[in-house]
Design a protein around this ligand. Structure first.
Ligand SMILES: Cc1ncc(COP(=O)(O)O)c(C=O)c1O
Length: 413
């Protein structure tokens, strides 16, 4: 099934924010890696929750029972989105970073002096900081090198994972460069030494179908606001694993997974929106089950995004003074996120010039600060990042290219 031009036009009508203009020009939202826009179905689900059943959970009355059902339904939808066996593997939290820290506190209690923890130079700090903190529990951190071509050094990954490794933390896709990492290899290597595998799928989840049952990570994290939902973090934990971890929790809290890592009252309305976002994505796919529709939709959306990002990649590289960073687009296993530098222009100046034209792109390191340092780009203010989402069009890419050409040619206001 394809995501056609007709689908794209219909899809754009679903996102109220796309109607927004600046100086009579429609905003081109190419800032998706920092958070995508939200369709009406998600906005409605949040509003309906507040209008009809706003309550705390586990009460003996109707709105509380309905709130319980909202949370369960959202866990089931997230399980379908990730390919998890059931809702029991799905925990919610404020965002990915908060969940990763909560997980790291529990894992710290399992760490022995001299255990090794492997992180990568490419990862967002959210998948580094919590694990670097395990040093306080006696862990030794080993870091997989990033190559200048934007890919992780596979030989180094193999060398860094050894008999003392207790945990490997790796991103599925880089939010800075769009690189898709060989996570199945990280699974194979970590399993061979009995280490846990933590996958940061925040940047991967909006662009590719996920299948935790096939990949079999110990933990996988993502964030709904990157895939057309509200600000909610999602943690998948392998069946039976979270139950065994000593998480930070109150004695009043449910001991079982997925609840044992969820402290306090969750954002019920936003979680209603998570389910709506997944069901919205699924409307672009075909199949008998929500899972089948999600996979079919994500496959079609991935193709559409890849075509647009690859057109930008090919076009922008031809501009004098522009360097495009990261993996080639010859492989479909490449996230639709393109970062460039422009000779003599700081990324922040370029982003501001494009912003004045209503083209919304990010500059900086996007918290993938280690990767930007490793590429030697920190002193230049990082990179100018374009992210393609399902609602982006070829015209928007053309506007972006024209804007970058003006900035690179010194003609930008
Ligand atoms: C790859 C990646 N990992 C982790 C995060 C952190 O996610 P959150 O904002 O949900 O904490 C981000 C956010 O930009 C990200 O892009």
């Amino acid at each position: 099934m394809a995501f056609t031009q007709d689908d794209l036009e219909r899809c754009r009508r679903d996102f109220p924010a796309l109607a927004r203009e600046q100086d009579g020009v429609a905003l081109a939202y190419l800032d998706g890696p920092a958070g995508s826009q939200v369709p009406s179905a998600v906005i409605d689900a949040i509003s309906i929750y507040y209008r009809t059943c706003n309550a705390n959970t586990h009460g003996a009355f109707v709105t509380s029972r309905e709130s319980d059902a909202v949370l369960l339904g959202a866990r089931e939808a997230a399980a379908a989105f990730l390919g998890a066996p059931s809702w029991r593997e799905i925990s919610f939290g404020a965002n990915m970073t908060t969940l990763a820290f909560a997980l790291s506190h529990a894992i710290a209690r399992e760490i022995r002096e001299g255990d090794e923890v492997v992180v990568t130079e490419l990862d967002h700090e959210a998948n580094r900081g919590p694990w670097l903190g395990l040093r306080a529990a006696g862990a030794v951190v080993r870091e997989v090198a990033l190559r200048p071509d934007g890919r992780l050094d596979e030989a180094d990954l193999r060398a860094k994972i050894g008999p003392r490794t207790r945990l490997v933390a790796i991103g599925y896709a880089s939010n800075a460069l769009g690189t898709v990492n060989d996570v199945p290899l990280a699974r194979e290597l970590s399993r061979a030494v009995g280490a846990w595998l933590v996958v940061d799928a925040v940047h991967y989840a909006p662009h590719f179908p996920l299948d935790v049952s096939a990949l079999d990570p110990d933990f996988l994290l993502c964030s709904a606001y990157k895939f057309y939902g509200p600000h909610v973090g999602i943690l998948y934990a392998r069946p039976g694993l979270l139950d065994r971890l000593r998480t930070d929790k109150l004695r009043t809290q449910d001991d079982a997974a997925p609840f044992r890592i969820e402290t306090g009252t969750l954002n019920h309305a936003a979680i209603a929106g998570v389910r709506a976002a997944i069901e919205y994505i699924a409307t672009w796919g075909k199949g008998a089950t929500l899972r089948e529709r999600v996979v079919s939709a994500m496959t079609a959306i991935a193709e559409h995004e890849h075509a647009l990002a690859s057109a930008y990649w090919e076009g922008v590289r031809l501009l004098p003074g522009v360097t495009a960073w990261g993996q080639e687009f010859s492989s479909p296993r490449r996230a639709p996120t393109v970062s460039i530098t422009i000779d003599g222009v700081r990324a922040s100046e370029a982003a501001a010039a494009l912003g004045r034209r209503g083209v919304l792109v990010w500059d900086g390191d996007f918290y993938a600060v280690r990767a930007i340092e490793a590429l030697g780009l920190a002193s230049r203010g990082g990179v100018l990042r374009t992210g393609v989402s399902m609602y982006n069009t070829r015209e928007e890419i053309e506007r972006l290219l024209a804007g970058v050409a003006e900035v690179a040619g010194g003609r930008a206001r």
